[in-house]
Design a protein around this ligand. Sequence first.
Ligand code: GRF
Length: 218
Amino acid sequence: MKRIVVLISGTGSNLQAIHHACQREGWPARIVAVLSNKPDAVGLDWARAEGIEAVGLDHRAHADRAAFDTALAAEIDRQRPDLIVLAGFMRILTPAFVSRYEGRMINIHPSLLPAFSGLHTHQRAIDAGCRVAGATVHLVTAELDHGPIVAQAVVPILDGDDAATLAARVLQQEHRLYPMAVRWFVCGELVIDGLRVRHTGAAAQHLLADTAGGKDTT
Ligand code: GRF
């Protein structure tokens, strides 16, 4: 049974999607703990209600980024995880922290990387006149939002979209994409070769597309 630790900063809707898919599909894995740099994160309460250990670790209570990352790593290591899932975890991590978990830490970013790394991705995609947007699941490396790409989801940008409507459309696809990618990882179906990630099964779908403009076609 693979042990998953999820790091969040807010609502944790991706956390919930992963947990439900894990239970529904009977993965050889379970979420053993949810950690947050925000002790009042809604997702922590949700995890506790589900019987998952949930720990708030306030980054403001630590002297600097390195001190917080050291405390966070201690908490993570206590859980002996096989996989660390960043799900809306809004902290830049130190290189020492990233290298400690390299190859077993993944993130979801709400853009089609390598375009629009960083913040305000939806508004930036609209302002740039993009006709599509999306989300990317990638392995975490020292360079922010730049690790090997596991899977991507594409949605259209519609006339009249603002950052909120586009974010909602992307998030809907994140809830399909992230559980799929985590399942591949815990089932040992991914081969990482430099920046390229291969799936061992022929039927793998690395791209999810919402061509219906928000209507879920599955
Ligand atoms: C998602 O859009 C994720 O891609 C971004 O933050 C949001 C988190 O949402 N990094 P949630 O906390 O999973 O609901």
